[in-house]
Ligand binder design. Structure first.
Ligand code: ADP
Length: 159
C-alpha cells in the first residue's frame, strides 16, 4: 500500500559499499518498511567502481530481500526522494566530521524539501574506521580490503 509504507532513501557514492553502510541499512530496516539505496551519479568524479558495478555489488548483498532496492540517480537527492516516494533520508554518522557535513546537508534539504525528514544513525563502534576511501586506497596499493567489505563480497569481482 504505497503512501502508507515508510520508505527511506539511503543516498551515497558507495564506491564501494562497505560493512559500515551495511550496518546502517540493517538498522534502518528496523525503522522503515523499505530502503532504497541510491547510488548518486557524480559527473566529475571517476571512481574505483563503475556505477553499474556499484549497483551490482549492493544487489548481490540484498538479493532476496524485498525490503531493499538499489538504483542510480542523477538529480538532487531531495528531488529523487519525491520521485520514488521516500519521506525519509537515511544517513550514517561515524564521528563529528560526518556530523558537521550531515548537519549542513540536512539544513539545506530541509529548506528545499521540508516534507522530507533526515534520519541519522550511528555506526556500530566496530565500523567507525571503515570508509570507502580507505578501501580504495588499499586496492590502489594491491591489498585485499575483505575485512572492510560485507561478508562474501570480493572486490575483485567488481573492479
Ligand atoms: P557520500 O559521498 O554521500 O558521503 P558515502 O558512500 O561515502 O557517500 O556514504 C554514504 C553514507 O554512509 C553517508 O551518510 C556516510 O556518512 C555513511 N557512512 C559511510 N561510511 C560509514 C560507516 N563506516 N558507518 C556508518 N555510516 C557510514
Amino acid at each position: 500500500m504505497h503512501g502508507m509504507e515508510r520508505i527511506a532513501l539511503f543516498p551515497g557514492s558507495f564506491d564501494p559499499f562497505t560493512k559500515g553502510h551495511m550496518a546502517i541499512v540493517d538498522q534502518g530496516l528496523r525503522i522503515f518498511d523499505r530502503i532504497i539505496v541510491g547510488v548518486g551519479e557524480n559527473g566529475d568524479k571517476r571512481g574505483l567502481l563503475t556505477m553499474e558495478n556499484r549497483v551490482r555489488l549492493i544487489s548481490d548483498i540484498y538479493h532476496g530481500n524485498d525490503a531493499v532496492d538499489v538504483v542510480t540517480y542523477g538529480m538532487l537527492t531531495g528531488e529523487f526522494c519525491q520521485k520514488v516516494g521516500a519521506s525519509f533520508l537515511l544517513r550514517g554518522m561515524r564521528n563529528t566530521v560526518d556530523y558537521e557535513y550531515e548537519r549542513s546537508m540536512a539544513v539545506v534539504n530541509n529548506q528545499l524539501f521540508p516534507e522530507i525528514t533526515t534520519v541519522l544513525l550511528f555506526t556500530p563502534p566496530e565500523y567507525v574506521a571503515v570508509s570507502s576511501s580507505i578501501i580504495r586506497e588499499l586496492v590502489a596499493f594491491g591489498h585485499d580490503p575483505a575485512e572492510l567489505m560485507p561478508e562474501h563480497i570480493e572486490i575483485k569481482n567488481y573492479l
